[in-house]
Every structure is written in structure tokens, then in C-alpha cells.
Design a binder for this molecule. Structure first.
Ligand SMILES: *Cc1c(COP(=O)(O)O)cnc(C)c1O
Length: 384
């Protein structure tokens, strides 16, 4: 509860929220009382369970989702002169990871009905320098991996799935985490499950997993615990890497959270069905299209509202305690990209038009039916 300007008590419903319970806290405290705060047994345990959950052969725990994307670009050998195709309708990190490696992100447009990467736009952006495609499962709905995989195979490109929105989802009965050559996840509190900060990369390639485990530990071939066990001080640095490790107490939290994820996704899908039904036929509140044949993980629930009403609606909803947000400012319109890569308005017209209309409304598993009703009633009242 908080007070609005008139001093009236209002319930604040955020657009997304983590869910921490006593068993999560107990698991963290247990690790804090033990010997290994970082690079201990919980890391491997979390990696094994995450791999099993996604159905991938390997899961590499890492400090955050951005580091997961960076490690992917490193593992694929992206460097100066290389181009990587990225949708513009995403968080900046999906493109920044290419820049970290000295490569050039090339922005592709999205499909009007889903805001997912448009395979036709991807094909039109391929050059002899293109090395990889980053597919972002916007809002939690998996991209058209059948088409994207065909394009990647035809042009011998790597396919990276930025699955930061779609953990627990599936495409044609194939789980998110196995859809790209590499799949990246975030464990930030606003995402499905959290470790405070955290991330994962899944892959079926042991070779790439070995590279990424080195990358998260300065480029050193062995970790501290392995050397303790072997009773040796000697180590070798093979690449230049970073300190992108995830701690043991974070992994303990992640293990608890992951066990709850299937039920949380069911709840997200239930909330989405309630919103879908409530907005059905309303020309001023148009949800994105949820496609058949896949399991949408609903990190976000996005509606389109008339562009002329969006700014006022954003303000009014916030004043009324409804924590809406806008996902995203198209990445190619950020001053950094305009200045450094010469991108400008007109490059991705579908994403640019969508940006003026989208509104992410509250979506998190702890939301009650009463919260959903409050959001629906308030939106209807304000939009008509
Ligand atoms: C959250 C997010 C990231 C970055 O994850 P962090 O854990 O915050 O570093 C990358 N890509 C997308 C699409 C995201 O939503």
C-alpha cells in the first residue's frame, strides 16, 4: 500500500514482481553457514537441474543474462568485422553483447502481430560478413525457429536464442533452451525466477560449454575448487575472460525457484487467458497474437493502445497504482547506436510503429484474480 497525491491509500500492482518464500530464504542461509560461498557444489547442482529442466545437454551458470549473451558471442568467436543480426524490439543487452566483442549488430525488424523477429527481414540483412542471428523470444513467446533454423543452416550462421523472456516455454513441443545453438537466460528479479542477479546459457555443444565456463572465470582452465581437490596451485589462463561467476548462495536460491517455475508459468498463462477474454473485441486494447503450436511463457503481457493515448494512459495508470511499462525503445534508436553505427528512424518501421503503441500491463504469478480484475476495470475505464 502507498498513498497517492490526494493521500488516499492505493494498492500498487507492479508490472512484474519476484516471489520469495521462507524455503528460498532458508536455502540461502544454509549455504551462508557453510564452507563455499562461491564456486562450490551448488553451482554444479544448479547447472545439472537447469540442463534437465530445459532438456539441453549443458547449462552454464553465469552472473547475469547480459554476461550470458557476452559469453555466447565469445564462444562463437564473434570479433571485429563480423555482423550479427539482432531484432530491434528488445532490451539493449541483446545487441550490446555483439559490441563487447568488437562486432557489428545489424538490426532486423519484427512481425506486426507478435513483435517477434521477422525471418524475411533477417534474410534481407544477410551479408558475407554475417556470422550469427540472435532471436529474442519477446514477451515469452518463442520465435519462428523453424524458419530461422532454415535460414541459419542455408547461410551457415549460428542461431542464438535470447530466451530471457521465455524460460519454461516451448515451440512445437521442443523446449526453450534447445531451440538455438546457444540459449541465454536471465535470473533478474523481474524475470520468471531469480537469484538476485544471475543467468544461464544452455547448449548441446560440450565444446562451447567448456569455452563459456572458462570465459566466466578469467579464461582460466580450472576453478578454485578443482585445484583445492587436486591439491595444486598451478593453473593456466588460455583466453582472456571475465569474472562472471554466480555464487553458491545464489545457486541455492535458484534451485528453489526453479522447482516452482512450472506452476508459476501455469498461473501466468491463466492470467493471460483472463486478460485475453477481457480485451476481446476492444479496438483500443489489442493484445499481441499468441500463436498456436507453442507454449508461451508470458514474461510480459503486452497490449497495443492508440498511439495518441499511450502517454496519458501510462501516466494515469501509474497514478492509479497500476505499474505499467513500455518494452522497448527500439535499440537502433538509442543515441549510442545512432552515433556509433549510424542507425536511424525508418530502419525498422514495424518496430518503430509498435513502440508508440505498446504497454506492458501487470503479469506475475503472485497476482491475485482480484488484482487482474482491478487492472482490467481500470484499463476499461481509462480507455473506453
Ligand atoms: C533481462 C534481459 C536481458 C539481460 O539480462 P540481465 O540478467 O538483466 O543482464 C537480456 N535480454 C533480454 C531480452 C532481457 O529481457
Amino acid at each position: 500500500m502507498q498513498a497517492n497525491q490526494a493521500g488516499k491509500k492505493i494498492t500498487h500492482i507492479p508490472y512484474g514482481r519476484h516471489w520469495i518464500e521462507q524455503d528460498d530464504i532458508d536455502a540461502v542461509v544454509e549455504v551462508l553457514r557453510g564452507d563455499w560461498l562461491t564456486t562450490g557444489p551448488k553451482v554444479g547442482e544448479f547447472e545439472a537441474v537447469f540442463a534437465q529442466f530445459t532438456g539441453a545437454k549443458e547449462a552454464v551458470a553465469i552472473s547475469n543474462g547480459t554476461a550470458a549473451l557476452h559469453a555466447s558471442m565469445h564462444a562463437l568467436g564473434i570479433g571485429p568485422g563480423d555482423e550479427v543480426i539482432v531484432p530491434t524490439m528488445t532490451f539493449a543487452a541483446s545487441a550490446n553483447c555483439v559490441v563487447y566483442q568488437g562486432g557489428t549488430p545489424v538490426f532486423a525488424d519484427v512481425l506486426e502481430n507478435t513483435l517477434l523477429l521477422d525471418p524475411a527481414s533477417v534474410e534481407s540483412k544477410i551479408t558475407p560478413r554475417t556470422k550469427a542471428i540472435v532471436a529474442v523470444d519477446y514477451a515469452g513467446q518463442p520465435c519462428d525457429y523453424e524458419k530461422l533454423r532454415a535460414i541459419a543452416s542455408k547461410h551457415k550462421l549460428a542461431l542464438v536464442s535470447d530466451a530471457c523472456h521465455s524460460v519454461g516455454g516451448a515451440y512445437q513441443n521442443q523446449k526453450v533452451g534447445t531451440l538455438g545453438d546457444l540459449s541465454c537466460f536471465s535470473l533478474h528479479p523481474v524475470k520468471h525466477i531469480t537469484t538476485g542477479e544471475g543467468g544461464f546459457i544452455t547448449t548441446n555443444s560440450t565444446e562451447l560449454a567448456v569455452k563459456m565456463r572458462r570465459f566466466r572465470n578469467h579464461g582460466i582452465a580450472t576453478d578454485h575448487r578443482q585445484r583445492e581437490q587436486q591439491g595444486t596451485w598451478y593453473y593456466e589462463m588460455l583466453d582472456v575472460g571475465y569474472n562472471y561467476r554466480l555464487t553458491d548462495f545464489q545457486c541455492a536460491l535458484g534451485l528453489k525457484q526453479l522447482a516452482k517455475l512450472p506452476n508459476w508459468i501455469l498461473r501466468r498463462q491463466e492470467i493471460a487467458r483472463q486478460y485475453d477474454a477481457a480485451f476481446n473485441g476492444n479496438a483500443n486494447l489489442r493484445p499481441l497474437t499468441a500463436l498456436p503450436g507453442l507454449s508461451h511463457a508470458y514474461h510480459l503481457y503486452v497490449v497495443r493502445v492508440p498511439a495518441t493515448k499511450r502517454a496519458q494512459l501510462f501516466q494515469d495508470l501509474r497514478t492509479r497504482g497500476i505499474g505499467v511499462n513500455v518494452h522497448y525503445v527500439p535499440v537502433h534508436l538509442h543515441p549510442f547506436y545512432q552515433n556509433k553505427f549510424g542507425t536511424k528512424r525508418g530502419l525498422c518501421p514495424v518496430a518503430e510503429a509498435a513502440y508508440d503503441q505498446v504497454l506492458s500491463i501487470p503479469m506475475f504469478p503472485k497476482m491475485s484474480d482480484a488484482d487482474v480484475d482491478t487492472v482490467v476495470a481500470t484499463l476499461r475505464e481509462l480507455v473506453g
